[in-house]
Design a protein around this ligand. Structure first.
Ligand SMILES: Nc1ncnc2c1ncn2[C@@H]1O[C@H](COP(=O)(O)OP(=O)(O)OP(=O)(O)O)[C@@H](O)[C@H]1O
Length: 276
């Protein structure tokens, strides 16, 4: 059957975009549609969520509570198969947890093993990569130094503060050397001061490790402060209502950046889109 634009001879910009995959995209979230449950209990959470993330870009996904942000992230991580649509990584469909991807979750206390030292916790996922033990220990120590925990290698997670435990979780992801780092509300369980320290840590690490980052957050200030772009999801069923480029440059700091009038304008724009 001929398509509408073939019949009319007119190719709309939208149709052209859909027909030609974004070759520059590192991650392509392509028309994700997801329904939880069946029959009378079926609930469409994702309508059609579409966005791309370039290599090395930091994109935050924001939206009303329950809009489906974590659901999108789980699809990107290969932990959930969408009802339709797909996620592509470097053009290849994601059909399970990709090796080049690591996730930092909000609940560090549940993701660290209390009976292993900090270094062993960080080194553990590297076993699956077939890296020999001495190299695993070396990589773990290096990642822990990068997050400011070089003196805590031999401690246990329960001997550390919440902020330090979350640094361990970040170090574990870094030691894995992922090409794509996913973060789901990674700083939601820590106090405000620790949160801003961790935000600055992520900014520093972004420069050193040059990863592609997709982060889900409720905190619009944090999304604007950390990101190159903020993707705003609507409420049910979720769609992308706006994709806001954050042109604040690479050098950012809590005081100067957050008091910059451009920061206030971007924050207001994202907030308006969330409340839309
Ligand atoms: N496994 C599941 N089975 C059924 N419904 C689910 C499941 N996981 C999530 N949901 C529902 O899907 C909707 C979106 O959930 P999701 O956690 O993706 O939203 P969110 O935007 O991340 O939420 P929040 O901002 O509150 O963290 C919610 O209504 C939730 O109850």
């Amino acid at each position: 059957m001929a398509s509408a634009h073939a019949r009319t001879g007119v190719v709309t910009a939208e149709a052209a975009k859909r027909a030609a995959p974004d070759v520059d995209a590192h991650v392509h979230v392509d028309r994700l549609h997801h329904v939880f449950g069946r029959g009378a209990a079926a609930r469409t959470v994702l309508g059609s969520v579409d966005f791309t993330v370039a290599r090395g870009e930091h994109v935050s996904v924001v939206g009303p509570s329950g809009s489906g942000k974590t659901t999108v992230l789980r699809c990107v991580a290969g932990l959930l198969t969408p009802t339709s649509g797909q996620v592509r990584l470097d053009g290849a469909p994601v059909a399970g947890p990709p090796e080049s991807l690591a996730v930092v979750f909000q609940d560090y206390s549940r993701s660290l093993l209390p009976w292993l030292t900090v270094r062993s916790n960080v080194a553990l996922p590297l076993r699956g990569k077939g890296i020999p033990a001495p190299h695993r220990r070396e990589r773990a120590a290096e990642a822990l130094a990068a997050v400011g925990l070089k003196d805590s290698l031999h401690q246990y997670p329960w001997q550390l503060s919440g902020g330090m435990q979350q640094r361990v979780a970040i170090a574990r992801a870094l030691a894995y050397r992922p090409e794509v780092l996913l973060m789901d509300e990674p700083f939601a369980s820590v106090d405000a001061q620790t949160r801003s320290d961790l935000e600055d840590l992520v900014l520093r690490l972004k420069r050193v490790y040059a990863m592609t980052v997709i982060a889900v957050t409720h905190d619009i200030d944090e999304a604007v402060y950390l990101s190159d772009r903020v993707v705003v999801l609507s409420g049910h069923p979720a769609e992308v209502v706006e994709s806001v480029p954050i042109d604040l440059g690479a050098d950012r700091d809590q005081l100067t950046t957050k008091s910059d009038p451009r920061f206030a304008r971007l924050r207001a724009r994202v907030l308006r889109a969330v409340r839309h």
